[in-house]
Design a protein around this ligand. Sequence first.
Ligand code: HEC
Length: 99
Amino acid sequence: MGLALAFLLACPGSRAPAQGPQGAELAGRLGCLACHAWQGQGGQLATALDGIGARLTPRELGIAIAYPRQRHPLAKMPSYAYLPPMEQAALVNFLESLK
Ligand code: HEC
């Protein structure tokens, strides 16, 4: 799966690192947009992700993904701590780029 994914992800124009899964694709695959809106699309259950990179530090973004209840004790957001560290990092990179 990892290898196939790497091929799928050769997306030109992306700011994410060339190797490994890319955050925007992961965000789509993991269903983040079921709850969060981004660029006018997606769910309304949580705050929009637009501009999140300007509001949160990379460290805070990492915590929000792996341990959502540390930031918002009552949040219905699932924990993504099960993701390989590389994928968590790709998500943080992606969110960080949303300024
Ligand atoms: C089931 C709904 C749901 C899903 C799926 C979900 N989230 Fe969330 N998320 C929330 C809720 C609710 C919060 C709490 C605060 C809010 O409304 O932003 C939150 C908070 C966050 C925060 C912190 C926002 C802040 O200002 O503190 C980030 C970053 C975030 N989510 C990113 C993601 C990413 C990336 C994914 C996919 C990997 C994802 N979320 C998937 C519901 C969800």
